[in-house]
Design a protein around this ligand. Structure first.
Ligand code: NOJ
Length: 394
């Protein structure tokens, strides 16, 4: 029996655009509905109503709590809070505040993300992250969102800035890991870091808040061939390590890990044909979480860590249990090594809109009906709920 420490978060995560539905003010809605942009991004279907979690969040939080999970990571949608430049929606802020209150009502610890990839249409129109005032605009939005997080302990500023900077590079990014990662736009990377720091500054007004960004750790692994280690360092640093190092001194760092990528002397290699893959084409590699924690711990010099995402897209729910069990064993090993891990948030609570790949890759512990929106917990949800309830892996 592997027991997790008292207060350890064992929960699940979602993000607004991927589950709420009707996120019409966001740049991704624009991409989904503009034929040229949809083709350029390789978007297979629009998000539409998604899981209608914007209206059904109470049911979702109650379900999560009923399963036994103790924490819920969700995101605030900037496009709803600031639908036009400088016009803020009190109703949207109230909505997300009610989500925090609902978490508390059900004894669930809220983990709130302020930016999960999507930005308002007007922000993209006005220059996106390349605009000179981008960090400033983000800071104003965070100020407007302060009532949502006024008593929240865990606040994630920017989700996967490393992936966002790679997406901003404009190369084909329809399946990031399977095709190798595009070159990051280093100016956007700097702007995202400025936005993160600006947000941390604004959040420092809230007593007790812990803020940090969440980084996609890629578990880049050298093939060991001559030249591979050098290529790995060159390839991995601007895609991964730079973001971990930048979190030095933050209150925490979120680690988001799914798979690994081998790097040889010629660069990243496609997933091998003889390994088990998931619905996103990624190698089934549950040790990714522990690998990410170890490198985050080392590169930050000991910043407290949260696994803010880890999971698997599969239609075979028994593989979700196997993956999650092995990932949690790895997290437990990290705790035993003295790494300060505060929690694990499984991606995802619900089957979700997986960006360009649409609804086919199912990451959820819970499925839902596309017409009635009725939720059905999968066996993995019951299994993981049991782990969370016991605070231990049997
Ligand atoms: C990372 C992203 O934050 C999330 O939006 C995505 O759905 C999952 N990984 C799975 O790809």
């Amino acid at each position: 029996m592997r027991t997790f420490p008292d207060g350890f978060l064992l929960g699940a995560a979602t993000a607004a655009h991927q589950v709420e539905g009707g996120n019409v003010g966001s740049n991704w809605w624009v991409h989904e509905h503009d034929p040229a942009l949809a083709a350029a991004w390789g978007i297979v279907e629009p998000s539409g109503d998604a899981a209608d979690s914007y209206h059904r969040y109470r049911e979702d939080i109650a379900l999560l709590a009923g399963l036994g999970l103790n924490s819920y990571r969700f995101s605030v949608e900037w496009a709803r809070v600031e639908p036009e430049r400088g016009s803020f929606s009190r109703a949207a802020v109230d909505h997300y505040r009610r989500m925090v209150d609902t978490c508390r009502e059900f004894g669930v610890e809220p983990v709130v993300t302020l930016l999960h990839f999507t930005v308002p249409r007007w922000f993209e129109r006005d220059g996106f992250w390349r605009a000179d005032d981008a960090a400033d605009r983000f800071g104003r939005y965070v100020e407007a969102a302060l009532p949502v997080v006024r008593d929240v302990e865990w606040v994630c500023t920017v989700n996967e800035p490393n992936i966002a900077a790679m997406l901003a590079g404009g190369e084909d990014a329809s399946n990031l890991v399977a095709h190798g990662l595009p070159n990051p736009d280093l100016h956007v990377a700097d702007q995202l870091l400025a936005a993160h720091r600006r947000a941390r500054d604004v959040l420092s007004q809230v007593p007790g808040v812990k803020s940090g960004w969440t980084v996609a750790t890629q578990a880049f692994t050298s093939t060991g061939e001559p030249g591979a280690d050098e290529r790995l360092a060159e390839y991995g640093h601007p895609r991964d390590d730079w973001y971990l190092e930048a979190a030095k001194g933050d209150d925490f760092l979120g680690v988001q890990a799914y798979t690994r990528t081998f790097v040889g002397p010629g660069g990243p290699l496609p997933v091998r044909e003889d390994v088990e893959t998931t619905l996103t084409g990624w190698e089934f590699y549950p040790a990714a979480a522990a690998d990410g924690l170890r490198s985050a711990w080392e590169l930050t010099g000991g910043v407290p860590l949260l696994v803010t995402e880890n999971g698997i897209a599969t239609a075979d729910d028994t593989r979700r249990v196997a993956y999650t069990r092995a990932a949690l064993e790895g997290v437990h090993d990290c705790l035993a090594e003295g790494i300060d891990v505060r929690g694990y948030l499984h991606w995802s609570l619900l089957d979700n809109y997986e960006w360009a790949s649409g609804y086919r890759p199912t990451f959820g512990l819970v499925s839902w009906d596309r017409e009635t929106f009725a939720r059905t917990p999968k066996p993995s949800a019951r299994w993981y709920g049991g782990v969370a309830r016991a605070g231990a892996l049997p």
